[in-house]
Design a protein around this ligand. Structure first.
Ligand code: PAF
Length: 290
C-alpha cells in the first residue's frame, strides 16, 4: 500500500492505472475510519483495482462553530485497517495541497444543497461538492463509493456528476449499524456514558416508522409524528428535523408510493447525528430499509 501526499503523484498513479484499462475505485473519507467506511472499501475491492482511499478532513465543509479542530484524527489506526483490507493507495493531502493560498473556486448544486442538512449547516454541501469534485479530477475514478447514511450528500453528488458530465459512477452502500442500531459515524466517539445509550433514539425512531408502515399506516404526517415522538421523549436528545422526502427532489413527500427517505438529525448532548431509512413501494406493499 502506497501513501501519497501530493496531487501530482496521485494523478500520476491513477493515470498509470487507467492506461492499463483497470477499473479505478475511489473511497473518499475524512479518516477516523469505522465499519461503515470499511464496508465501502470492501465493496470497492470487489469491483475495482486499484482501490484508492482518500483521507482529508475538509475544512470547507465545517461551519465556524462546528467541530473541525476536534474532529477525530486517527491516521495510524486508519493506515493499519487500510493495509489489512488490501487498499492500493491512500491519498492524504495536507490542507495547503488541496487549498493553496489564493484558492477561490467552489462548486455548488443549487436547491438540493439548501434544505435539511444544508439549512442546518449553511455552506456544508458547497464544501463537500468542492472537495469531491477536486478528488474526482485528481483521481478520475471509474467508481466512487459513498454511504447511504449521508443520503442527501449522495443525492447532491449524483446531481453534480450528472450536471458536470463526470465519468465517475457513484455507488451508494447500505448503512452499517452497531449491534444496538446506532449507525456507525466518526462522531460517535464524542458520545459519553448515558449519551451513547440515548443516541439509539434515532434508530428507534426509524424502527417505529417501520412498524407503523408495516402495520398499514400510509399518512406521511402521522408517520413523521411517530418518528418525532420517539426522539422527543428521549431525555438528552434534541431533534433538529424529522422529515419524509421524495428520494429524487428531496422535497417533502406527499405519498409513500414513490421512493422516499425518512431523514433524521438530532443533537445528543453536543454531538449532532444523522440517520435515515429508505422507503420504497414494492407492488402493493412498502419496503422500509433501515
Ligand atoms: O462523507 C464524508 O466523509 C465527506 O463528506 C466526504 C465525502 C469525504 C467529503 O469530504
Amino acid at each position: 500500500m502506497e501513501i501519497i501526499r501530493t496531487i501530482s503523484w496521485m494523478k500520476q498513479a491513477a493515470r498509470n492505472a487507467r492506461r492499463q484499462e483497470r477499473v479505478v475505485g475511489l473511497v473518499p473519507t475524512m479518516g477516523a475510519l469505522h465499519e461503515g467506511h470499511l464496508s465501502l472499501i470492501r465493496e470497492a475491492k470487489k469491483k475495482c483495482s486499484p482501490v484508492i482511499v482518500s483521507i482529508f478532513v475538509n475544512p470547507k465543509q465545517f461551519g465556524p462553530n462546528e467541530d473541525f479542530s476536534k474532529y477525530p484524527r486517527t491516521f495510524e489506526a486508519d493506515r493499519k485497517a487500510l493495509e489489512e483490507l488490501g487498499v492500493d493507495y491512500v491519498f492524504v493531502p495536507p490542507p495547503e495541497e488541496m487549498y493553496p493560498a489564493g484558492f477561490r473556486t467552489s462548486v455548488m448544486v443549487e436547491g438540493l444543497s439548501d434544505r435539511l442538512e444544508g439549512r442546518s449547516r449553511p455552506g456544508h454541501f458547497r464544501g463537500v461538492t468542492t472537495v469531491v469534485l477536486k478528488l474526482f479530477e485528481i483521481v478520475q475514478p471509474n467508481l466512487a463509493f459513498f454511504g447511504r447514511k449521508d443520503a442527501q450528500q449522495a443525492r447532491i453528488l449524483r446531481q453534480m456528476a450528472a450536471d458536470l458530465d463526470l465519468d465517475a459512477q457513484l455507488v451508494v452502500c447500505p448503512i452499517v449499524r452497531e449491534p444496538d442500531g446506532l449507525a456507525f459515524s466518526s462522531r460517535n466517539v464524542y458520545l459519553k456514558g448515558e449519551e451513547r445509550r440515548s443516541a439509539t433514539a434515532l434508530y428507534r425512531s426509524l424502527e417505529a416508522l417501520r412498524r407503523e408502515i408495516t402495520a398499514g399506516e400510509r399518512d406521511v404526517a402521522r408517520l413523521i409524528e411517530a418518528m418525532r415522538s420517539v426522539i422527543q421523549s428521549q431525555q438528552g436528545v434534541t431533534l433538529d428535523y424529522a422529515e419524509i422526502v421524495d428520494a429524487d427532489a428531496f422535497e417533502p413527500a406527499a405519498t409513500l408510493w414513490k421512493p422516499s427517505y425518512a431523514l433524521l438529525a438530532a443533537r445528543v448532548g453536543a454531538t449532532r447525528l444523522i440517520d435515515n431509512a429508505l422507503i420504497e413501494p414494492e407492488g402493493e406493499s412498502i419496503r422500509v430499509t433501515v
